[in-house]
Design a protein around this ligand. Structure first.
Ligand code: ASP
Length: 361
């Protein structure tokens, strides 16, 4: 079926109607010399739908990958697209099963010589965690680009279509290779390790506050400024070969008058590591420090991060990490620290080894 005929049917190139009327992917082909990009859809608001175009309430993960691609026919001018549905969930429900499936699929696709890059559509709530996880476990220099939307596909001024178009442009750009897993939203290209969600509802929600943007993309025009800091992808020591489950790591937030009850409860629930979203520079009450230090002595790895949105948490500032056996999260916020600690624990539960990992990634 020709591209023109597909277009006349309202379908993006790379998709075809089957006898049952369902849309099925065509095999990849570098038609017109365009790079082959595979779209892996996981759900989120970018695939969300509401009953009207001006209401706050909506459901994530309503639109399938074929519809998502077909809604942005402009993208077929920059890449030959093929879609796969990995899951269709709000990213508040993101889980290890989807993570392991997604990582395995990316590694398999990236090993195929005719695949130039991969775009993953995702919800914004946990995109920073999924991106960082993939940044640590996918073994490729090919572009792997996540995108999302703050407004559902049915909304007035939906942001998903342009974000998707821009993500395809970044994935199709050879200059994106070797820069780790990237996240494209609202014209900005973020590194997986640096971005964080800063507004519950604003379209301009993602920031890379400590180390800045990797680049920008405006209507498909990419501009790269730099590469990310820290080891990633092909250069990462982490591998999921033979891994079927990830260790439990909990995040406990510090506050005024905190005691050690939730820290102890976390250990009792089976956590092999605990990340504290501490006050200020990763601080917590003396009672909570005592509870945490007792767990560190038992071999549970305790990482001090901060509930403050911007800034590093350094070793041995107001707490003696050397004596207490703690790890400082450095540039990682609590949710990034949790992802890294889960992978670090697959290798070691020695606090100094884990601190080395936090320095390098
Ligand atoms: N709750 C949605 C999700 O993360 C929000 C979004 O995608 O913007 O799936």
């Amino acid at each position: 079926m020709t591209t023109r005929l597909l277009a006349s049917l309202g379908l993006a190139a790379g998709l075809v109607l089957t006898g049952t009327g369902r849309i099925a992917p065509l095999p990849l082909s570098a038609a017109d010399g365009l790079p082959n990009i595979v779209v892996l859809a996981t759900g989120g608001t970018i695939a969300g739908a509401a009953a009207t175009d001006v209401q706050a309430g909506y459901t994530s993960g309503k639109v399938g990958v074929e519809q998502l691609i077909a809604a942005v026919p402009q993208a077929k001018k920059i890449a030959a697209l093929r879609g796969e549905q990995i899951s269709n969930i709000g990213s508040q429900d993101m889980n290890d099963e989807v993570w392991l499936k997604l990582a395995a699929r990316i590694n398999a696709l990236a090993a195929m010589p005719d695949v130039a890059g991969i775009v993953i559509t995702h919800g914004t709530d946990t995109i920073e965690e999924t991106a960082y996880f993939l940044n640590l476990v996918v073994k490729t220099k090919k572009p792997v680009v996540l995108t999302a939307a703050m407004r559902p596909a049915t909304a007035l001024s939906a942001d998903g279509p342009l974000n998707f178009y821009n993500a395809v442009a970044v994935a199709a750009d050879k200059d994106a290779a070797g820069r780790g897993v990237l996240v494209v939203l609202n014209d900005w290209i973020h590194g997986a390790a640096s971005l964080t969600k800063t507004s519950t509802t604003a379209v301009q929600t993602f920031m890379s506050p400590l180390s800045g943007l990797i680049g920008t993309v405006a209507y498909g025009e990419t501009e790269f400024h730099r590469s990310p800091i820290g080891r990633h992808t092909a250069d990462s020591e982490f591998s999921l070969d033979g891994v079927t489950a990830l260790p439990r790591v909990d995040i406990v937030m510090a506050h005024e008058n905190m005691d050690g009850a939730l820290i102890d409860a976390s250990a009792a629930a089976g956590a092999k590591g605990i990340v504290i979203a501490g006050v200020g520079n990763g601080n917590l009450t003396q009672g909570a420090v005592a509870a945490l230090a007792a767990l560190a002595k038992r071999g549970i790895v305790c990482v001090r991060a901060s509930r403050v949105a911007i800034g590093r948490v350094e070793r041995n500032v107001e707490l003696d990490d050397d004596k207490l056996g703690f790890v400082a999260s450095l540039d990682k916020n609590p949710q990034k620290a949790r992802v890294l600690l889960r992978l670090a624990l697959l290798k070691s539960s020695d606090a100094s080894q884990v601190q080395r990992i936090f320095k390098e990634y």
